[in-house]
Design a protein around this ligand. Structure first.
Ligand SMILES: [Zn+2]
Length: 132
């Protein structure tokens, strides 16, 4: 089963994940964790979508940092609902909130999926799985 609990991340990543959530809150961004750990079985299942199973392609990799327990997915929350609108600017400072939150994650030391091609705006991951 996939998990939303930070406790399913590797122990040395957990404090940075908490720091990320606290920093988002401190800057007025309501953020919820939607996924931390995902089993290889689930990743394979997601990978099959749009390939050998019906649906749209939703992932590009079978080797997810979620299975390594060093990545988390998040969503912005507005009025109790998740928003995946990457242009959303709930704090009305003329900067899209996903980009602000991505910048916060990078200050802490995460890699932000929004910098990738194709981008994954809702995803951050720790740089490495070992404890260095
Ligand atoms: Zn992810």
């Amino acid at each position: 089963m996939s998990s939303r609990d930070i406790l399913y991340l590797l122990p040395h990543v957990q404090p940075f994940a908490r720091q990320f959530l606290q920093a988002c809150m401190a800057k007025g961004h309501d953020v919820v964790v939607t996924c931390t750990y995902r089993s290889q079985e689930e990743q394979d299942d997601i990978y099959a979508r749009g390939r050998t199973k019906p649906g749209k392609i939703v992932t590009w990799t079978r080797h997810s940092k979620h299975t390594d327990r060093i990545a988390l997915d998040f969503a912005l929350v507005k009025n109790g609902k998740c928003s995946w609108d990457i242009k959303a600017d709930f704090d009305e400072d003329n900067v899209a909130d996903y980009f602000e939150v991505g910048a916060i994650s990078k200050e802490i030391g995460f890699t932000w999926g929004g910098d990738w091609n194709p981008p994954d705006y809702c995803h951050i991951e720790w740089r490495h799985a070992d404890d260095t």
